[in-house]
Design a protein around this ligand. Structure first.
Ligand code: PEP
Ligand code: NA
Ligand code: MN
Length: 623
């Protein structure tokens, strides 16, 4: 794979910025790419990052001095910082995200497409001299244990110190990763600039701001070159290129080519009271509780959940024919609002030290606050915009997408398996969304193809106003709508192909929904730690597949009466019934919506997935 090199004027009299050349880089292409990117973007200096504690301290100290980070009270929140973005740079920007392939069909109907050469030409114009007056950080990292069977290598260059220190929390950054990029090793190139040079065209100094960014934003992916070019945004998913850009969009295209899966999944280890351990991968759309499930504290005595990952899993058939998975990341980039000791005590402990908070509110004693952290808001805060705030302000103190960024090793439920060089065998795969209606608490699919259908039909009700109607669904197949780096129907075919290769060793696939509501509009299921009860039933289905613990429905097998342990929950019989109720009429209606959705994706939707829809209709009509 060759990364397209930034064009550089033929005149070699241009001076290479200090630090761009690094001795001993084994991969010539990488060494060249750093120099050429520096020649294009013209930073004052280039710094190769090693991810060390000393580097963390040096960079965060400097950022505090320069005003781009606020140090939180070290007694309350040691080694932790607050960053505030500009109001126009608070989230991933799907409409500024592009897949650049020569054939538009390769990007599929769900991505924004651009022709690679014209995109490169436009980006070269934007990146030209975009780092003037700044430092360009070169950040080598490994996704997954360095040298592991499922792991991949990447290098990001960035003029954002915030991105550099965040990457050090989010990926395995350092010399070990760099040394593993040999002369012929494949690696993913990430070029990132906030697009806020500190010198004017006439050479005079332009003052820096706390959150530099540019009104023009591009998050561009070049799958064939294994390259990402991101311009204008400092925000997580747009700027930490290891995460959504590499691990999902570019990763999914590498995975397609190599016979594995790069998915928007948490990964957890589940241990039953007899000490038997299983591994579960679960795909939910953003903001549907992956972090909470990954850090679940079971209410069922004797059961244990340990965390391996909370957002992304890479899964690959192993030598023994089973499916193995890693969490390619090394950190948590979690949504803060709604996180509390009640909803996720493990996350609260994870962010007790060395954490970067972004767009949360600042308390008078130098700690953080967000909506949902406490029942009573503090009397006075500085809100995420840096303004004085009181409960009477009538605005939210933290941005709803405020984040915490912590090393995953600070998670007290981290499984030893996170360190497994070649991953863990996956026993069960879960697909879920946020469905107020129709979708039962848990359904066991009857085959891999049926499981792929469950993934393809993942959806959430769009807004509260639309809850209770089945017509208005946000379709988010596999939770991957914004993240599949190629054609959606082809992604489903790839899943079918991987299942074919796994054969009888394929994990069992389940559909789950913690969010079903009753007629009165309240949740039927308590969720959170009580979800362990569902995991326990799933574990039993995996270990004793022949046991009479299921009841058939047109959707698949749900727990037989008494098979799901609901002791002590005080659920009424009607609620229990409603949790697994399948209404053929509204499901036939939903099947029509699904047909429209599949049709909208075009001819690549696999025949086997269409066949699942027809089989479902036949079962519903017979019900
Ligand atoms: C992100 O926005 O950077 C991110 C991690 O996305 P999400 O939480 O939506 O998965
Ligand atoms: Na990258
Ligand atoms: Mn995510």
């Amino acid at each position: 794979h060759r990364h397209a090199h930034p064009p550089v004027a033929a005149c070699s009299s241009v001076e290479v910025p200090d630090g761009a050349h690094r001795h001993g880089v084994a991969n010539r292409e990488l060494a060249d790419w750093v120099v050429r990117t520096a020649l294009l973007t013209r930073p004052d200096e280039v710094v190769w990052c090693d991810g060390s504690d000393a580097e963390w301290t040096r960079l965060t100290d400097r950022m505090v001095e320069e005003g781009s980070l606020i140090r939180l009270d070290p007694g309350l929140r040691p080694d932790s910082f607050l960053a505030r973005s500009t109001p126009d740079d608070v989230a991933r920007m799907e409409d500024r995200t592009f897949i650049c392939t020569s054939d538009p069909a390769d990007a599929g109907p769900t991505n924004n497409w651009r022709e690679p050469r014209s995109m490169h030409a436009e980006l070269s114009g934007l990146f030209a001299e975009s780092m003037r007056g700044r430092t360009m950080y070169v950040v080598p990292y490994s996704m997954g244990p360095v040298g592991g069977a499922i792991s991949q290598l990447g290098v990001q260059v960035t003029d954002s110190a915030y991105a550099a220190v965040s990457l050090a929390l989010m990926a395995r950054v350092g010399d070990d990763a760099l040394e593993h990029i040999g002369p012929d090793t494949a690696w993913v190139a990430g070029v990132h600039s906030v697009g806020y040079p500190l010198r004017n065209p006439d050479g005079t100094r332009r003052p820096d701001v706390a959150w530099p960014s540019n009104p023009t934003k591009y998050i561009s992916h070049f799958p064939k070159e294994r390259a990402i070019w991101s311009f204008g945004s400092g925000y997580g998913g747009n700027a930490l290129l290891s995460k959504k850009c590499f691990a999902l969009r570019i990763g999914s295209t590498i995975a397609r080519d190599e016979g594995w899966l790069a998915e928007h999944m948490l990964l957890l280890k589940l241990t039953d009271p007899d000490g038997r351990a299983l591994h579960v991968a679960a795909a939910f759309p953003s903001a549907c509780g992956k972090t909470n499930l990954a850090m679940l504290q079971p209410t069922l005595p004797g059961w244990r959940v340990e965390t391996i990952g909370d957002d992304i899993a890479w899964l690959r058939p192993g030598a023994d024919g089973r499916l193995y998975a890693i969490n390619p990341e090394a950190g948590i980039f979690g949504v803060a609002p709604g996180t509390s000791v009640a909803t996720n005590p493990v996350a609260m402990d994870t962010m007790r030290k060395r954490t970067i908070f972004t767009n949360v509110a600042l308390t008078e004693d130098g700690d953080v606050w967000w909506e949902g952290l406490t029942d009573e808001p503090p009397a006075h805060l500085i809100d995420w915009r840096g303004e004085h705030w009181t409960p009477a302000s009538g605005t939210s103190a933290a941005h709803p997408n405020a984040r915490f960024t912590s090393p995953i090793e600070q998670c007290r439920t981290l499984a030893d398996d996170w360190y497994e060089q070649d991953g863990v065998p996956v026993d069960a795969i879960l697909f879920g969304g946020r469905r107020a209606t129709n979708v039962p608490l848990v359904v066991e699919t009857d085959s891999w193809a049926h499981g792929v259908f469950a993934g393809a039909t993942v959806s959430s009700e769009r807004t509260a106003a639309q809850e209770g109607t089945v017509g208005e669904l946000r379709r988010d197949p596999f939770g991957m709508l914004p993240f599949v780096g190629y054609d959606m129907g082809s992604h489903w075919q790839h899943w079918l192909d991987v299942g074919e290769a796994l054969g009888a060793a394929a994990p069992k696939v389940f559909q789950v929904n913690w969010f079903r509501k009753g007629e009165d509009g309240t949740f039927l299921w308590p969720g959170f730690g009580e979800n362990a009860r569902v995991l326990a039933w799933i574990a039993d289905r995996v270990t004793r597949p022949g046991a009479a613990t299921t009841r058939g429905t047109p959707l698949g097998a749900v727990p037989a009466e008494g098979a799901l342990d609901v002791s002590g929950l005080g659920l009424s019989g009607t609620s229990l019934q409603a949790l697994h109720d399948v209404d053929p009429a509204s499901w036939l209606d939903e099947a029509d919506r699904t047909e429209e959705f599949f049709t909208s994706l075009g001819a690549t939707v696999p025949a086997a997935v269409w066949a699942q829809l027809e089989a479902l209709r036949a079962r519903l009509e017979a019900a």
